[in-house]
Design a protein around this ligand. Structure first.
Ligand SMILES: [Fe+2]
Length: 210
């Protein structure tokens, strides 16, 4: 499998390209900005864009979706009826000989999904390196907590985490490393997780986190 992590601008946003070596088909994840650049990256790697996937419907992950579809004629994929293929929890799609599995991880938004390809998990704004996605209220925070614990952390320890923003000390991580070091995951219950969310600015300042 081919994987490119692309700095796409915005608020330290990442886009990704997952390519299948034998069929030369690829999926672009989170086309926030620069559709020509994303298409160019695929072409430079001799890949044809089959799917354009959005991890959730926030502007910085979707703004280039229409233009990239116009350029590539690819099939759009996400959670919701606005996409050509609307996925649900555990939907599988074939990208040549590479299988993509979609995991519904509501919390940051109701339509948040993660994409598993081999041992790589693309987490959008659900889980960052050393951080978790922002949530609007306590109910959303609880959903996010459950999505992270019941779905993401249930994956094998060596699963690699590729987030939607470059917010951490490194651009990617693993399930095992996040379990050991992510301050939100280290909270022993939901109430403490919620408390850290509410006091995150003070915690960041205290621990010198950017
Ligand atoms: Fe977002």
């Amino acid at each position: 499998m081919i994987m490119l992590q692309i700095k796409s601008g915005g608020d330290r946003n990442f886009s990704y390209i997952i390519g299948d070596e034998s069929s030369r088909l690829c999926a672009v994840i989170d086309p926030g900005y620069h559709p020509q650049k994303l298409h160019g990256e695929a072409r430079n790697n001799n890949l044809n864009v089959k799917f354009i996937i959005c991890t959730h419907n926030h502007f910085d992950h979707t703004a280039a979706l229409g233009e990239l579809k116009r350029i590539t004629n690819a099939t759009t994929v996400g959670y919701g009826s606005q996409y050509d293929i609307s996925v649900v929890d555990n939907t599988n799609l074939d990208l040549g000989h590479t299988q993509l599995t979609f995991i519904h991880t509501p919390g940051h938004t109701p339509d948040s999904i993660c994409i598993l390809a081999g041992n790589k998990l693309f987490t959008g704004d659900t889980l960052f390196v050393g951080k978790v996605g922002g949530t609007a209220g306590n109910q959303d925070a609880r959903q996010e907590y459950e999505s992270i614990h019941n779905k993401i952390l249930a994956l094998p320890e060596n699963t690699e985490i590729y987030p939607g923003h470059d917010y951490g000390t490194a651009p990617f991580s693993t399930v095992s490393a996040e379990k050991r070091t992510n301050p939100f995951i280290l909270q022993e219950n939901f109430e403490k997780f919620l408390n850290l969310k509410k006091n995150w600015l003070a915690y960041k300042k205290e621990h010198g986190i950017k």
